[in-house]
Write a protein that binds this ligand. Structure first.
Ligand code: HEM
Length: 454
């Protein structure tokens, strides 16, 4: 039999049924993105497409699809084109608004702040911030866990990454500006970041004011010959490979980039770590025993060091299980600039490619009983995540892999160590569901916990 052209042509990925004209699956996706993606995976497996407000999105699921996504070169799968919504926040000429070469120079300015010797110094600073914050809690009460962790991680990030002076200058105004910038990140911004919406106008005003505030600190340092031991100073002294210095706008943009990449994501992962642990309290005793063994009696507690934190392996498994079940970034995107072929499928240039940690992390072929909370799956005798380099993708993979994972794990370990050492904690609500209306997916608020000082 003679084979026709159709027989030998690569197939196009199957398309998810049931979308509206033009809008496609936008409404359903807005309400329950993970549900849409899981439906696609259940129906079609590792590759399928769907329509979202005029854009065709091709989803790759599972270790092999994840690997293909992360290994595609920037010239084929562009992060820069997919993340244009960050430009009004990070600023022009920063991160995704530059060439890949300049972006990697800019990330190069950030690396020193996240090196092992800096992480050593941060351990104690983080613990100080947590202790100071918790002094306000009193003997017993209820708090919104996510709000508390958001505040705390802003303090930690600004103290450790930007410097003591910035931390001291953290005012209510800064918190409001930060909040307005965050309001500029939503599904709409992904496609139309410059619509004349009030939230986008607030975002733009907030950034202008943020540059003013940071420029004042920079000018004050320069005027008075103050030299800080911090990231701000590193940026003030840095220059690009062509010899040009960073402008105040550039410096502010990189500070905002760091805060945005690392603060909310860490707060959310810390919140899920605690919620899941308190929901499955049978996993608490070994964590408390480990705390005691590594850090000693609370009253005469040994200081936090990076080395001791690394020994908290049982706590680390609980964080990893939260990363698996509730990844803060449920999907990662790229713009497809050149046609792409995967496993006999052909995806033309022009659409978007997506991987979905929230779906890939729950595949039965990767994780035993995948919907069950079971931190011991990461114990050395099971090590389920080691089956492939791309089984766990909560921090991405390949050349755009997160540079702040160690910092994030470090601070979450410090936060939960201090909390568990000093408080008895219990959940207040029956259930804690994900809030899909924000870009980083935390628990819906109010998200209350009850505490009693030990
Ligand atoms: C729980 C906390 C965090 C999570 C879940 C997280 C997750 C991620 C993910 C998934 C990516 C890859 C994005 C993509 O491929 O499209 C990424 C990239 C990045 N992360 Fe994180 N992150 C966290 C904390 C941090 C921290 C603390 C910092 C810095 C202090 C940071 C800095 C960055 C930067 C600069 C990139 C861009 C790297 C590049 O494109 O080359 N992240 N992060």
């Amino acid at each position: 039999m003679v084979s026709t052209k159709a027989d030998i042509s690569p197939k196009i990925p199957p398309i998810l049924h049931g979308g509206l004209p033009y809008l496609g699956h936008a409404l359903e996706f807005h309400r329950d993105p993970v549900g849409v993606l899981q439906r696609g995976q259940a129906q079609f497996g590792e590759i399928f497409s769907f329509l979202l407000a005029g854009s065709q999105i091709t989803v790759l699921i599972g270790p092999k699809g994840n690997e293909a996504f992360f290994r595609a070169p920037d010239s084929q799968f562009s992060a820069k084109e997919a993340y244009r919504f960050t430009i009004p926040i990070f600023g022009q000429g920063i991160a995704y608004d530059t060439t890949p070469e300049i972006m990697s120079e800019q990330l190069g300015f950030i690396f020193p702040a996240l090196r092992e010797e800096r992480l050593q110094a941060y351990a104690q600073l983080m613990a100080e911030e947590v202790h100071t914050y918790l002094e306000n809690w009193g003997q017993s009460g209820e708090v919104d866990l996510l709000t508390a962790l958001n505040e705390l991680t802003i303090f930690i990030a600004s103290r450790c990454l930007i410097g003591q002076e910035f931390r001291q200058n953290l005012s209510n105004e800064f918190a409001h500006l930060y909040h307005d910038l965050e309001g500029g990140i939503n599904l709409l911004a992904f496609f139309q970041p410059y619509l004349p919406l009030p939230s986008f106008q607030r975002r733009d005003r907030a950034r202008v004011r943020m540059v003013q505030l940071i420029s004042e600190i920079i000018a004050n340092r320069r005027r008075n010959g103050i030299v800080g031991e911090d990231f701000l100073q590193t940026l003030m002294d840095a220059s690009y490979s062509d010899g040009s210095a960073l402008t105040d706008d550039n410096i502010t943009g990189l500070l905002i980039t760091l805060l945005f990449a690392g603060q909310h994501t860490s707060a959310v992962l810390a919140a899920w770590t605690g919620i899941l642990l308190l929901q499955h309290s049978q996993f608490l005793p070994p964590i408390l025993e480990e705390q005691h063994a590594v850090l000693g009696e609370v009253a005469a507690g040994k200081p936090f060091t990076l080395d001791r934190l690394k020994q908290l392996v049982v706590l680390e498994r609980a964080i990893k299980e939260a990363e698996r079940l509730r990844p803060p970034l449920i999907m990662l995107m790229r713009k497809i600039l050149r046609d792409f072929e995967y496993n006999g499928y052909y995806v033309p240039a022009g659409g978007l490619a997506m991987v979905a940690p929230a779906v890939s992390h729950r595949l039965a072929e990767c994780f035993r009983d995948p919907d069950r909370y079971d931190p011991d799956r990461f114990a050395p005798d099971r090590a389920e995540e080691r089956k492939s380099a791309y089984t766990m993708i909560g921090f991405g993979g390949g050349r755009h892999r997160c540079i702040g994972q160690s910092f994030a794990y470090e601070q979450i370990k410090v936060i939960w160590s201090v909390l568990l050492q000093n408080f008895d904690l219990e959940l207040v609500s029956q259930s804690y569901e994900p809030n899909y209306s924000t870009f980083v997916i935390g628990p819906k608020q109010p998200c209350l916990i009850r505490y009693q000082r030990k």
